[in-house]
Design a protein around this ligand. Structure first.
Ligand code: KG4
Ligand code: ZN
Length: 393
């Protein structure tokens, strides 16, 4: 993640433009004064400490005025994964400074804010408490409305900021903690069409990397190794292929890779590349199949989606991006992927979701709770036959 990424500008519906702005200097047009709302967003649910200021116009257009992200990868790398207590402490240490930078780069004072939004879950509870409490303090001191945002909702609404996308659309969210297909019908109206019944997709990439002694975070490492590997050397299973529901499963595939790797120990570098290529090929085929079912289910319930949207860290994988492109084309829809820095966790998506909710009068009180678990679709039940799994549904 680039610190100070503030690169996305969207205009009125239908016209949008994107430009790189790595130093975080402000993009000039339109001015914040033309905008109806200015919202500060705070994100601390996992291992990114982030804050951003976003403006929303009367016409529903959005503009990122600042977007500061500190990735804690360095703090967690030697443990091979995110350590919740270390993450929470780092959020405590970093957040004030990051909020200050976001406000400064946006050129906005606290008194000008229309609202302050924080991700109130789902996520690692220590971090969530830090972000939400900070937002509450700012809201109280400056007498500004508070919006407690569902982190998944923020991912879901991001293409409305980046691409001025209208409802309804189909979201594929694949991150370290979540793998879901969601019908995004309106602000606050989400219908889960599919979910993983065990591991999240990014989690599976991370675990494969760990078992093959590749560094953390594993997703990009597995992708890199796979590029020099033979995807046909191992016949790994294609989980859930052909099932009528749109659910995912990754733990059987992960076990198959582990079994093959243990059988071949010690591994040569080429073995590692071939194992990664075989794993990724199986993920691609399974994902394409699950998404085509998900899009069919979407069509049956909501008509044609305006787009297939991919978000979450796994959507940074180029092979997966290609596969999604093909799935969307086959289903007669277009694929929208927000720029990678807005696909992974960031403050701008929280600020934007806050602005969308504020525009509908959806604000929260000071007793809004931090939540470790928070379903996007409150009506969603555990997938049939998987009621006792630990999946995040
Ligand atoms: O959305 P994200 O930044 O954070 C959350 O988990 O909320 O996603 C991080 C996940 C990690 O599991 C990481 O390994 C995975 O996304 N990831 C990838 C790639 N880049 C990141 N997985 C596969 N291929 C990649 N290139
Ligand atoms: Zn996320």
């Amino acid at each position: 993640m680039l610190p100070g990424y503030g690169s996305v500008v969207t205009g009125p519906r239908g016209s949008n433009r994107t430009g790189s702005n790595r130093k975080g200097t402000k993009l000039q047009d339109p001015t914040p004064n033309d905008m109806q709302m200015l919202v500060l967003g705070i994100e601390t649910t996992c291992d990114e400490t982030a804050a951003a200021v976003v403006a929303r116009g009367n016409d529903g257009s959005g503009r990122i005025l600042s977007n500061i992200v500190h990735s804690q990868i360095a703090e967690h790398a030697r443990f091979g994964g995110v350590v919740p207590e270390i993450a929470a402490r780092a959020h405590v240490d970093l957040l004030d400074g990051i909020v200050g930078r976001a406000m400064q780069e946006a050129g906005v004072g606290f008194a000008q804010l229309s609202a302050v939004a924080a991700a109130a879950g789902p996520g690692l509870i220590g971090g969530v408490i830090v972000g939400l409490t900070t937002a509450k303090a700012i809201a109280m001191v400056h007498d500004t409305p508070l919006v407690a945002v569902n982190h998944l909702e923020a991912h879901a609404l991001t293409p409305r900021l980046t691409d001025a996308l209208d409802f309804p659309y189909c979201l594929f969210l694949a991150s370290g903690g979540h793998t879901q297909i969601v019908a995004v019908v309106g602000v606050g109206e989400y219908v889960r069409l599919g979910t993983t019944v065990d591991d999240a997709m990014g989690e599976a990439f991370d675990k494969i990397a760990k078992m093959l002694s590749l560094p953390y975070p594993g997703g990009p490492e597995v992708e890199r190794a796979a590029a020099s590997g033979d995807p046909g050397r191992f016949a790994f299973p294609r989980p859930m292929l052909g099932r009528p529901d749109a659910n995912f499963s990754l733990s059987g595939l992960k076990t198959a890779v582990r079994t093959e790797a243990s059988r071949m120990m010690p591994l040569e570098p080429q073995d590692i590349c071939d194992l990664c290529a075989g794993f990724q090929a199986a993920v691609l085929e399974s994902t394409a199949d699950r998404l085509s079912v998900g899009l069919r289910l979407f069509h049956e319930r909501f008509g044609a989606p305006r787009a297939l949207v991919a978000a979450g860290g796994v959507a940074a994988n180029l092979a997966i991006r290609d596969a999604l492109q093909e799935v969307a084309a086959k289903a007669g829809t277009t694929l929208i992927m927000p720029p990678p820095a807005l696909c992974t966790d960031n403050g701008a998506m929280i600020a934007w979701a806050g602005a969308e909710r504020l525009a509908l009068g959806l604000i929260d009180t000071m007793d809004a709770p931090p939540r470790a678990r928070w379903l996007l679709d409150a009506g969603a039940a555990a997938p049939a036959g998987f009621a006792n799994t630990r999946a995040g549904f």
